[in-house]
Design a protein around this ligand. Sequence first.
Ligand SMILES: NCc1[nH]cc(CCC(=O)O)c1CC(=O)O
Length: 231
Amino acid sequence: MPRGSRAAPRGTYTAKKAAPSVLVMTETCVCSHNDSGECWLGDKRGMNTDKTTEILGVQAVTQAEAGADIVGPASMIPGSVHAVRAALDAAGHKRVAIMPHLIFASSLYEGYRATMRATPQSGARAFQIDPKQPEFAVHVAREMVDEGADMILTEPALHTVDTLVHLKNKVPVPLVPFSVSGEYLRLTNRREDGERDVKGLVEAYTVLKRAGAARVVTYGALEIARALRTS
Ligand SMILES: NCc1[nH]cc(CCC(=O)O)c1CC(=O)O
């Protein structure tokens, strides 16, 4: 067990021990680890980007030490992917890949924010992209690649499919839509036996695949795998 481990690295460590061939991807962000719920650290004067990117590097190394194969800087702060790459390399984790999160402003994050107590005190995530600006999303994605992104996660998944198609031709790395909490909650139904019916998710993810997704990240992975196995 890596030293000083809290819940998330412990989970990674336990998962890798149980199934070493399964890839573990982590989110690298401070929003669920501080009182403000913000994806950055700072004080009354505001955001301290140097301090934030430094901490993201430390967090990524902790995640890599626990066994993560792919880390996911999610603050959207320019320079954070570069800082994470530098910190990983310096700690001897050159083989750990980076999948930054390209996050669009959306109403679909409420489930996550409530569960993780990560509702931003300021009311908004400063760097998230307006979904009406696909060209700007391409610009940010290219900067992420320049900083060392090996792949890019887009979030939310369904409401940004147009941008996924757009990105597909313009960035040279795999694109991985993340079907977020609101998508999971709205597209599944509770069945009488208490399990969730995931047919709606399966239909949605075939759309994502046709649109160019390399993989899909979803809360329904286990239920979908079970449903596909018995269908
Ligand atoms: N660090 C940002 C972050 N990490 C996870 C989610 C949402 C994930 C979900 O809803 O499933 C978000 C977006 C946000 O809160 O603005």
